[in-house]
Design a protein around this ligand. Structure first.
Ligand code: ZN
Length: 200
């Protein structure tokens, strides 16, 4: 897998802040205290749950803890510390430059023309398990995290979803269209499979 690293630490942080500012219910104070512990930004969410869970998201780590625990408590800090050691090496690559959703939409327009389709609606969502989806009503939904992918992988996702507007399943006709429009699509698909959404 190709790894992408920010040129400067400040780029890294501003990317992270952009992404994370969209999330609301995290504990900013506890996170600030964790900064010294990890180079990876950590977001803590208190939830109605019994166990603690930690996962990697593009550009950082999310931790979910029972609402009965304080984010600053020793047990939580220890959990996160251990988790970060285990996660080391599994962090998602950070692209040098993050694309905007507008950049992705330009990509969609371009590929819609090439593939010969006209999506009725294109929307972005934060999705846990999918990079994109499309409905039989020609609505294409793209994962907001596409902005974090290297452009050639985002392009693969865009092309894949648009080809679905011509072929709904992944059968031979679909594959033939993919090969026609994006000859190295299998390679990109393999590369994308290396980028996981979460680890527990
Ligand atoms: Zn598909």
């Amino acid at each position: 897998m190709t790894r992408y690293f920010p040129k400067r630490a400040s780029d890294f942080l501003s990317n992270i802040n952009n992404m994370l500012s969209r999330r609301k219910n995290h504990d900013a104070q506890a996170e600030a205290n964790l900064e010294s512990m990890s180079e990876h930004p950590v977001k803590i969410y208190r939830q109605k749950r019994r166990t603690m869970m930690m996962r990697v998201v593009p550009g950082g780590v999310e931790v979910f803890i029972p609402h009965t625990l304080k984010a600053n408590s020793r047990v939580v800090r220890e959990f996160i510390k251990d988790g970060l050691v285990k996660l080391d090496g599994h962090m998602l690559p950070i692209p040098d430059e993050q694309s905007s959703t507008d950049d992705i939409l330009v990509m969609v327009d371009d590929w819609a023309r090439r593939v010969g389709v006209q999506p009725k609606r294109v929307q972005f969502r934060e999705m846990r398990r999918k990079w994109g989806s499309c409905s039989s009503r020609s609505t294409v939904t793209l994962n907001t995290s596409l902005c974090w992918l290297p452009p050639h992988l985002a392009e693969y996702v865009v092309c894949h979803e648009l080809v679905h507007l011509r072929e709904l399943n992944h059968g031979p006709a679909f594959q033939a269209l993919m090969s026609e429009h994006l000859p190295d699509w299998r390679e990109r698909e393999r590369e994308l499979a290396q980028v996981s959404f979460s680890r527990q």
